[in-house]
Design a protein around this ligand. Structure first.
Ligand code: 13P
Length: 258
């Protein structure tokens, strides 16, 4: 584990439908967060709900994240765009970048790299998602992962690497009945750290936090942390099911440090 705290990120995706529901989910997470001792939680609601779900450092161990940010850094004529600076101003600390659902709609590594730069420049932490579409016996997926990491992080100066969080999300395990096997999660997270070390050096590689995402719920989360040996989790469906997410946070927080 690279940090002394586990990082649990809730990616709400395009859920829930109403502001009222969003506020209810957020308030349940904010109630449990201060009781956690070794876990930091980040919720990433849809953009229109973020500001109503919390504010910067409102309660201990609770942080706000966004599911997107513009590549544009300077204010101006960019209809429909939301800048990292604006997100920073409302208390957002993390931004999910390069999620496979956005890559599937055309987000390229080049665009991912630009967004990472914009987010870092605004003082936020990018949660950079990488993951293979299929896991083949011959290991071609390793090359896919390596290229995604290298190209996505192409513009990051060494001085900024400490703000980066990597999220390994094998695409075939997202929205699936089961997550990836724990031993495979462990193997992939080592590979992801190795590629990161090759780019930024061993010290940075040892420190970078690698999360796992893909069909995580409150039942499987503790084993994924313990046996998958990841620094945290990127949670989809279970993050908008507040009783489940609260149980997940409690269960993960109870895991003793290695
Ligand atoms: P699920 O947890 O619903 O599989 O989603 C994972 C994910 O894509 C998180 O970013």
């Amino acid at each position: 584990m690279s940090s002394n705290k586990k990082l649990i990120v809730g990616n709400w995706k395009m859920n829930p439908v109403t502001l009222d529901e969003a506020k209810k989910i957020a308030s349940k997470i904010k109630r449990i967060s201060p009781t956690l001792t070794s876990t930091e939680t980040v919720i990433c609601p849809p953009l229109p709900f973020i500001i109503s779900c919390g504010s910067r450092k409102e309660v201990k161990h609770f942080h706000l994240g966004s599911q997107s940010a513009s590549v544009e850094m300077v204010r101006g004529p960019h209809t429909g765009e939301v800048s990292a600076e604006m997100l920073h101003d409302i208390g957002v600390e993390y931004v999910i970048i390069g999620h496979s659902e956005q890559r599937a709609r055309g987000e390229s590594d080049v665009n991912v790299a630009k967004k990472i730069k914009a987010v870092i420049d605004a003082g936020l932490s990018p949660i950079v998602c990488v993951g293979e579409l299929v896991r083949d016996e011959a290991g071609a997926y390793l090359e896919v992962l390596k290229n995604q990491i290298k190209h996505s992080l192409a513009d990051v100066p060494l001085a900024s690497v400490k703000s980066i969080v990597l999220a390994y999300e094998p695409i075939w395990a997202i929205g699936a009945p089961e997550p990836m096997k724990n031993e495979d999660i462990h193997e992939s997270s080592i590979f992801v750290k190795k590629v990161f070390s090759d780019i930024f050096g061993v010290e940075a590689g040892l420190k970078v936090r690698v999360l796992y995402g893909g069909s995580v719920n409150y039942r499987n989360a503790p084993d994924i942390i313990s046996y998958g040996k990841v620094d945290g989790l990127l949670v989809g469906r279970e993050s908008v099911n507040s009783p489940g997410f609260v149980e997940l946070l409690k269960a993960v927080d109870n895991i003793a440090y290695k």
